[in-house]
Write a protein that binds this ligand. Structure first.
Ligand SMILES: Cc1cc2nc3c(=O)[nH]c(=O)nc-3n(C[C@H](O)[C@H](O)[C@H](O)COP(=O)(O)OP(=O)(O)OC[C@H]3O[C@@H](n4cnc5c(N)ncnc54)[C@H](O)[C@@H]3O)c2cc1C
Length: 371
């Protein structure tokens, strides 16, 4: 198809990469983002080989590399700090590193700049009020009183998707999994040139983010889903590290800034059945919100964007494109959600402890498969 007008709801990773991929194919794209400040957490994210491949296809890989920190190995440590394995990350694009770490604000800037350069119109502080699909397009009214008509609406509005509620009111909500993640940035030390991950029941590790920074992630069981006040958060995170591997606990002594701690209860959700209805479709966390144990949530959202744009360009009806998209994405995303959750359940004693190096190797193999 050609000349489609497309509304993307949500200016996060999936929304912006969709805007890029759709804009590159000549579609007219509006993006609405409900957060007027468009704020993102100040920590980072791991982008694996399949993401390197996907952002190369989007044409933003050089910006990514410049804004982040590329590496080719994952170093896996035992809880006694001994190196258990140095797993090479297979490059899927020969001239670029296998993986990279990148700060979320830097990532957002890379994607937003490119989305605008590809022609996307981005409006902040706006959300959808109503959708009216008449089988040939969708009339949309917005929270700022404006309205528009689109050939396609893409719901990329994240885990707590309003679009999912509008399209699939019976879909259910994401569920808290009993575990939370803590993250904190540090100046990068010279020994952190790869991702470091620990085996055992405590999910902990370090990721280089740039030449200047790296971040620590730590998952902890939080069965009662407590709400910690901001004041004192650094002390609480330090306390959570009391049983951590010695190297991590020692580094943790530098956690002193309450505002630098990013604490996030973890939820999981997979939308069974169709991810589309009429001329509207869900992508990213709105359709398949995973816990971060395999570091693939954003990767799946970015792959969704590429596949959706390819199918909309290559098919002769919206319905055929949506069906083909779902066929290519459903099982791959389900696997990531389920395998990530299994690691989580093992860590908190609600399931068998998953062999983490094996699970990582399986994920790398699965996500290396063509899209
Ligand atoms: C702790 C943690 C660590 C993670 N680490 C990694 C990692 O290392 N690697 C990785 O690949 N993934 C990781 N992820 C997952 C990753 O962050 C998500 O999978 C990814 O952000 C999903 O992209 P998305 O566009 O679907 O949603 P989001 O990035 O959440 O974007 C949704 C956007 O929609 C906006 N929005 C929400 N509702 C509306 C509305 N009604 N109208 C308009 N706009 C709306 C939001 O403000 C937001 O900007 C992690 C997740 C967590 C929680």
């Amino acid at each position: 198809m050609k000349d489609l007008s497309i509304l993307v709801v949500g200016g996060g990773i999936g929304g912006l990469t969709s805007a890029i991929a759709l804009g590159q194919r000549g579609f007219e794209v509006d993006v609405i983002e409900k957060d007027p400040d468009w704020s993102v957490y100040g920590v980072g994210i791991i982008q694996q080989a399949n993401v390197v491949r996907a952002v190369t296809a989007l044409g933003v890989i050089d910006d990514y590399i410049e804004a982040g920190y590329g590496y080719d190995f994952v170093e896996i440590y035992a809880p006694n700090d001994e190196l258990a394995a140095k797993v090479p990350v297979r490059r899927l694009v020969e001239e670029y590193p296998g993986q990279l770490g990148i700060g979320r604000p830097a990532l957002q800037k890379v994607l937003a700049d490119r989305a605008r350069a590809e022609g996307a119109r981005i409006r902040l502080g706006v959300t959808v009020t109503t959708l009216d699909d008449d089988h040939s397009g969708v009339d949309v009214t917005f929270s700022d009183g404006s309205s528009g008509r689109y050939d396609v609406v893409v719901g990329a509005d994240g885990l707590y998707s309003q679009m999912r509620d509008l399209l699939f009111p019976d879909a259910g909500q994401p569920e808290f999994v009993g575990q939370s993640v803590w993250r904190y940035n540090f100046p990068r030390t010279n020994d952190i040139v790869n991702m470091h991950a620990y085996t055992g029941t405590m999910g902990i590790g370090l990721v280089p983010l740039s030449h200047e920074f790296m971040y620590m992630y730590l998952t902890t069981p939080e069965p009662d889903n407590p709400r910690y006040p901001r004041e004192g958060l650094a002390g609480i995170m330090r306390g959570k590290l009391s049983d951590a591997p010695k190297r991590m606990a020692t580094l943790g002594e530098q956690i002193t800034d309450d505002d630098g701690v990013v604490y996030r209860p973890l939820d999981s959700h997979f939308l069974e059945g169709n991810w589309y209805r009429g001329h509207a479709i869900l992508i990213g966390d709105a359709a398949h919100g995973t816990t971060p144990h395999l570091g693939q949530g954003a990767g799946m959202a970015i792959e969704d964007s590429l596949v959706l744009a390819e199918e909309l360009q290559g098919r002769d009806s919206v319905n055929a494109a949506f069906a083909a998209f779902q066929e290519r994405r459903y099982e791959r995303c389900r696997y990531i959600v389920e395998a990530s959750l299994a690691i989580c359940m093992g860590q908190i004693g609600k399931g068998p402890l998953v062999n983490y190096p094996q699970a990582t190797a399986d994920m790398i193999r699965a996500t290396s498969e063509p899209l």
